[in-house]
Design a binder for this molecule. Structure first.
Ligand SMILES: Cc1cc2nc3c(=O)[nH]c(=O)nc-3n(C[C@H](O)[C@H](O)[C@H](O)COP(=O)(O)OP(=O)(O)OC[C@H]3O[C@@H](n4cnc5c(N)ncnc54)[C@H](O)[C@@H]3O)c2cc1C
Length: 288
């Protein structure tokens, strides 16, 4: 099923992101976690893509398993910064062969120890989006950043590039995590004003580790509001308490989003079925 069609159906929908194992040794336990997440009947499951190696190989395999065996639509992420156009084209063909209709098209991180961009190769996600469109009738998602992408000096410039990206053929956008919903509402206002009209799925991260989130937020430029910092300060060293508080905070964010008319929400599950299930339990009368 094309994700854009599910979005257009109306109703409140929750989806989850999972990441493939880095090594073949971790494969079985990751699949077990995904199977538990699939039992929560999300509207779809997205599968992240690493820069080369086992993670990228497993993205296609796992996205196919989710769709074919677990009967949940899958969204395969695909990055282009660390690959040649030929390598990317081969992955798109594999996705087509497996009947995967949904791709989240991303640039990915700029490779640290290599020249970027290589002549004739990808520089921005927008170029990848054009190529995916030329390869077939995929439903294409892309990333957006309510607080601005970390490399962008000005938010207005980032929104300008986002508009160019969407105009290349994006069906929907998913946001980077944020911990203050007013940042999302402000972002939506600004992008709608600039003529970006595609659906935007807020990405919500249930935080289960204080140290980890401080590191991720520093890298991605995500703001941690005072209310959230107090939680990390108080519970960050106690994994069980931090998980419970993280689930409560994420639930609170999701309920506020739904109350404000947002119908499709994407949750960064971090491959934790117990966390995904706890959120769905909290929403049992809200999401049916
Ligand atoms: C929902 C989501 C899922 C993600 N999944 C993955 C994943 O699976 N694997 C992974 O490795 N990473 C993933 N990422 C991270 C992502 O790859 C990085 O944030 C990356 O740095 C940017 O990717 P992008 O597709 O947004 O790039 P782009 O849209 O290309 O933008 C990157 C930067 O370039 C600027 N830019 C764009 N076009 C132009 C232009 N024409 N001229 C000048 N500047 C321009 C933008 O303003 C921005 O600052 C994900 C991010 C999100 C939000």
């Amino acid at each position: 099923m094309r994700i854009i069609d599910r979005i257009k159906e109306g109703g409140v929908h929750i989806s989850f992101e999972i990441f493939p194992p880095k090594t073949d040794a971790g494969y079985a336990s990751v699949v077990e976690a995904i199977e538990k997440i699939a039992m929560l009947k999300p509207s779809y499951i997205s599968v992240t893509y690493g820069a080369g190696g086992g993670t990228s190989k497993n993205t296609v395999k796992i996205a196919s398993h989710i769709q074919k065996d677990l009967k949940v639509p899958s969204l395969a992420h695909l990055t282009c910064a660390s690959s040649t156009k030929e390598e990317v084209a081969a992955v798109i063909e594999q996705l087509k062969e497996k009947g995967i209709e949904n791709i989240l098209a991303l640039r990915g991180d700029i490779p640290k120890d290599a020249q970027f961009p290589l002549p004739g190769q990808y520089q921005h996600a927008s170029e990848l989006i054009r190529d995916i469109k030329a390869h077939g009738n995929f439903c294409i998602g892309a990333a957006c950043y309510p607080e601005g992408h970390v490399e962008s000096e000005h938010k207005d410039e980032d929104i300008l590039h986002l508009k160019e990206k969407v105009d290349c053929g994006v069906d929907f956008l998913t946001t980077q995590m944020f911990f203050d919903n007013s940042i999302l509402y402000n972002f939506l206002y600004r992008i709608r004003e600039k003529g970006i009209t595609v659906p935007v799925l807020p990405g919500i991260m249930p935080v289960t580790s204080g140290k980890q989130i401080e590191r991720i937020c520093a890298l991605s430029g995500t703001t941690l509001p005072q209310r959230f910092l107090a939680i990390v300060d108080r519970f960050g060293d106690n994994p069980a308490a931090m998980t419970q508080a993280g689930v409560a905070y994420a639930t609170d964010q999701i309920i506020d989003l739904i109350a404000n008319g947002i119908q499709n929400i994407h949750i960064y599950s971090m491959n934790k079925p117990e966390v995904a299930a706890a959120i769905m339990r909290n929403l049992s009368e809200i999401v049916r």
